[in-house]
Design a binder for this molecule. Structure first.
Ligand SMILES: *[C@@H]1O[C@H](CO)[C@@H](O)[C@H](O)[C@H]1NC(C)=O
Ligand SMILES: *[C@@H]1O[C@H](CO)[C@@H](O)[C@H](O)[C@H]1NC(C)=O
Length: 222
């Protein structure tokens, strides 16, 4: 019994390590070299010579500024990941500011490489995520939702489809930390109906069980 428990504990620890997002750093820092012409491809970015590193490599300024929400969904994400802040390379973490117009939506999307923890600083957000396809077919993809007010925190587990909707008459602002230097984002509607080149409408009509006109209309939106 005791051995069984020990084995279980070791397996649980091992699997939690295997599921960690970004690899752990092997040095204090590895400030990314910002070379758009780099011909060497590695999993991450190449380190700048540590002797050349300065405080500015760990610095970003401007998250006090609201993003422009004049777009069809009425929200704007301002990222601070390794592409904006080179010092984040290999550190497994990043940040976003999200601005929402009244009734603005950050539409259903997923981050393939990160869990997200969000804090509301202004306004009222209706947020939620859906669990993956259940192994037990009697269960549904389960939706978890919450109404958030300033100071409230909510976590979106890695890889799951989630959204935030401003349900207030005023603008809203949130910040979120993500467990990857480069979380990635897949916006569901854009990826499915706005891919380049488009996914065949034969595929989409069968997948969504609607007629071709509905698919053509949706593809026309992106
Ligand atoms: C916000 O974006 C809209 C649409 O792209 C643009 O017309 C407008 O000038 C922008 N506003 C500011 C303050 O940049
Ligand atoms: C890297 O270079 C691009 C293009 O010059 C620039 O837009 C981007 O902000 C730079 N990123 C960092 C982390 O310096």
């Amino acid at each position: 019994m005791a051995i069984g428990f020990l084995l279980f504990t070791i397996l649980a620890l091992a699997s939690s390590l295997a599921y960690a997002s970004d690899p752990s750093p092997l040095q204090d820092f590895c400030v990314a070299v910002n070379d758009s012409k780099a011909t060497v491809f590695v999993n991450g970015k190449i380190c700048k010579d540590p002797k050349m590193v300065t405080a500015d490599d760990f610095f970003f300024s401007g998250l006090n500024k609201a993003g422009n929400t004049s777009n069809p969904v009425g929200s704007k994400v301002t990222p601070v990941n390794v592409n904006q802040l080179a010092g984040l390379n290999t550190l497994g973490i990043s940040l976003v500011r999200i601005d929402y117009a009244p009734y603005g939506l950050n539409p259903p999307h997923t981050h393939p490489r990160a869990t997200e923890v969000l804090v509301v600083v202004q306004g009222t957000l209706y947020v939620g995520f859906v669990t993956s396809n259940p192994a037990n077919q009697n269960m549904k993809n389960k939706l978890f939702t919450k109404i958030l007010y300033p100071g409230d925190v909510f976590v979106f587990p890695e890889g799951l489809i989630h959204f935030q909707f401003n349900v207030g008459k005023t603008k809203a602002v949130a910040f979120a930390g993500l467990s990857s230097q480069n979380p990635g984002v897949i916006t569901i509607a854009n990826a499915v109906f706005g891919s380049n080149p488009p996914i065949s409408s034969d595929v989409l009509t069968k997948a969504f069980q609607v007629n071709k006109n509905v698919i053509k209309h949706l593809q026309g939106q992106f």
